[in-house]
Design a protein around this ligand. Structure first.
Ligand code: PEP
Ligand code: MN
Length: 344
């Protein structure tokens, strides 16, 4: 439930609403906005007496959020949320950041080289998994803590912020010490204990859509994170499994405008996992920007043919550089920008 205050209502009125909500045993979240202040009531179990709040001074109206997810919904917050993972790197505004790098961190030489190539082409952040959720227990599982240290080295070297995955509660706390943004992978989208843990950490979260999850499921998973107090959530469309095995996944671009209608959170697109095929990545990345994606997450490896994971969908460095040029053109056609190549 959302309590909308009158335009210009004094702070004392807002404080009173907060006090009454707390007295009723619920949590109050005051949200000053450009147009008006609202106070969210968290945890409504259906027993709230809205009439009591409606009668308080300064209250304009009460909005009952109709969606099952509350704080994630557009009803809760009308304006787009902008998530900043590092100074100058924000998702949800006019600029469309590009997060690129290998599927996995494999060695110091590999990740530093990748970071330099990402930066040289104008990429905005570095991706790379240190903890890898692999379908087979016999596949490369990632370098773990050593991988996080190497990512930190790559950040020092290039200045690029780091996006990397956490797979469990303990790992999430460690990842939060190194990463600028914690990725929750498709396989963990419904790991509710992990979602609650990252909800309590003071780090932006990139939440990927599960491979069999509906958009409603994705938004409910994001709600777990916001409900714990962390509003810095970036959603990610990465394709879903279907009957068609022509490509690895069905890349659901419709999810982008649908999510924009339902939620104020930014949504980025991952055409690498979305297609699983290198030569399909560039066209689908272009399409994702055209569809309104607030960022692109893409796999690029200095030597994809030697990659320990997802080599077949990883771009060659020169393809990534070409992709950046094309993405700038598509973004500009819809009045947005993809960051330029840094001056040499
Ligand atoms: C990844 O980003 O490398 C990854 C494992 O992605 P997903 O969770 O979408 O499969
Ligand atoms: Mn991958």
């Amino acid at each position: 439930m959302l309590v909308v205050m009158r335009h210009g209502a004094p702070q004392s009125d807002v404080d009173r609403v907060v006090a009454v909500i707390e007295e009723m045993g619920y949590e109050a979240r005051p949200m000053p906005g450009a147009q008006r202040t609202a106070v969210g009531l968290v945890g409504n179990d259906g027993r709230v007496d809205a009439g009591r709040i409606e009668a308080l001074p300064g209250v304009a109206r009460i909005i009952h959020v109709t969606q099952p997810y509350k704080q994630v919904s557009r009803e809760w917050r009308v304006e787009d949320t902008i998530v900043t993972i590092a100074p100058g790197v924000s998702f949800g505004g006019n600029e469309v950041p590009v997060v690129a790098g290998p599927c996995s961190v494999e060695s110091e030489a590999q990740i530093i080289r990748a970071a330099q190539q990402v930066r040289a082409a104008g990429g905005t952040a570095l991706r790379g998994g240190a903890y890898k959720p692999r379908s087979s227990p016999y596949s490369f599982q990632g370098l773990g803590l050593e991988g996080l240290r190497l990512l930190a080295r790559a950040r020092e070297e290039t200045g690029l912020p780091i996006v990397t995955e956490a797979m469990d509660d303990e790992g999430a706390r460690v990842v939060a010490e190194y990463a600028d943004c914690i990725q929750i992978g498709a396989r963990n989208m419904q790991n509710y204990s992990l979602l609650k843990t990252v909800g309590k950490l003071n780090r932006p979260v990139l939440l990927k859509r599960g491979m069999a999850a509906t958009i409603n499921d994705l938004l409910l998973s994001a709600e777990y994170i916001l409900a714990e107090g962390n509003t810095q959530v970036i959603l990610c469309e990465r394709g879903v499994r279907t009957f068609d095995n022509a490509v690895r996944n069905m890349f659901d671009l419709t999810a982008i405008p649908v999510v924009h209608g339902l939620s104020h959170l930014p949504i980025v697109a991952d055409p690498s996992h979305g297609t699983g095929v290198r030569d399909k990545v560039i066209p689908m990345a272009r399409a994702a920007i055209a569809a309104g994606a607030d960022g692109i997450l893409v796999e690029m490896h200095p030597e994809p043919d030697r990659a320990l994971s997802d080599g077949a969908q990883s771009l060659y460095p020169d393809q990534f550089a070409e992709l950046m040029v094309q993405l700038r053109a598509v973004a500009s056609a819809i009045g947005r920008t993809v960051p330029p190549k840094p001056e040499a």
